[in-house]
Write a protein that binds this ligand. Structure first.
Ligand code: CDP
Length: 234
C-alpha cells in the first residue's frame, strides 16, 4: 500500500434474532481478525437504561425525552470493542438486566433513536475495521458491508444458551420453556427491524458449537478478502 493511501476498512455485518449468538460470535470473530467489535444492541440497551432512570411509565416514554437522555451515553473503543459508557462508566450488568430487556424493543422502534444508534455505529467504522452485530446492519446501516451473515437458531436452543450464560449452569426444561416464551415474544416485537439481506450468508447455529460458527465466518471473511485481492490484481 502506497504512503498516504488510507487502508480500506473492512465491515462484517452479523444480524439475527434475539439470543442467536450474534454478540459473542461477533466478539470472537473480531478478536480472530484483529478488528473491533461493535454491538449495536448495546446502544439500544443503553438508551433504554438512561430512560429507565427517569422512573416514568414506559407506556408514556416520548422519543424526544429518550434522545435527550442519550446525551449521557458515550461509545468508545476499549480493548478491541466499542463499548457504551453511561456518565463515563461501563454499565454492562444493567444493560443485560431484566428491566432493560423488557423495554428495549419499544425504544428500538423509535426512528430517531435508530438514527442516533446508526450514527454511532457508522462513526466507529470510520476509524477501524469492524464486526458489527444487530438486526438491520446488513440492510440499513451497512448495505455495502464486505461480508453479511444472518445467524438463526431454534428458539429452545437460543433460550437454553442464554440461560447457561446467565446462570452458569444447566437450566431445567421449565426454565428453558419460560425463557423461550420471552424470546419468541421479543422476536415478534423486533420483527420489522430484523431483516435478512438478500446477499447475507445464512448460518443456522442450532447444531453448531460457538467455535464452528466463528470458524465459518472467519473463513468467509478470508474468501471475501481473497476475491477482492484477485479483482484488484487484474
Ligand atoms: O442479543 P439480544 O438479541 O438479546 O439483543 P441485543 O442485540 O442486545 O439487542 C437488544 C434489542 O435492541 C433488540 O431486542 C432490538 O429491539 C434492538 N436492536 C435493534 O432494533 N436493532 C439492532 N441493530 C440491534 C438491536
Amino acid at each position: 500500500m502506497s504512503a498516504g493511501v488510507p487502508e480500506k476498512r473492512f465491515v462484517i455485518a452479523i444480524d439475527g434474532p434475539a439470543a442467536s449468538g450474534k454478540s459473542s460470535t461477533a466478539q470472537w470473530v473480531a478478536r480472530r481478525l484483529a478488528f473491533h467489535h461493535v454491538d449495536s444492541g448495546a446502544l439500544y440497551r443503553a438508551a433504554t437504561a438512561v430512560q429507565l432512570d427517569a422512573h416514568t411509565d414506559p407506556e408514556r416514554w416520548a422519543e424526544d425525552e429518550i434522545l435527550a437522555a442519550t446525551g449521557r451515553i458515550g461509545f468508545v473503543p476499549d480493548n478491541g470493542a466499542f463499548v457504551p459508557l453511561i456518565d463515563g462508566v461501563s454499565a454492562d450488568e444493567v444493560l443485560r438486566g431484566v428491566e432493560v430487556t423488557r423495554n428495549v424493543s419499544r425504544v428500538a422502534r423509535m426512528p430517531r433513536v435508530r438514527a442516533w444508534v446508526n450514527a454511532q455505529v457508522r462513526r466507529a467504522s470510520e476509524s477501524h475495521s469492524v464486526v458489527v452485530d444487530g438486526r438491520d446492519i446488513g440492510t440499513v446501516v451497512f448495505p455495502n458491508a464486505d461480508l453479511k451473515v444472518f445467524l438463526i437458531a431454534d428458539p429452545w436452543e437460543r433460550a437454553r444458551r442464554r440461560l447457561v450464560q446467565r446462570l452458569g449452569r444447566s437450566p431445567s426444561d421449565a426454565e428453558i420453556a419460560e425463557e423461550t416464551d420471552l424470546i419468541v415474544h421479543r422476536d415478534a416485537k423486533d420483527a420489522t427491524q430484523t431483516v435478512q439481506a438478500s446477499d447475507a450468508v445464512l448460518i443456522d447455529t442450532t447444531y453448531l458449537t460457538q467455535e464452528d460458527q466463528v470458524e465459518r465466518i472467519v473463513a468467509l471473511a478470508k474468501a471475501v478478502t481473497h476475491r477482492a485481492d484477485e479483482t484488484s490484481a487484474g
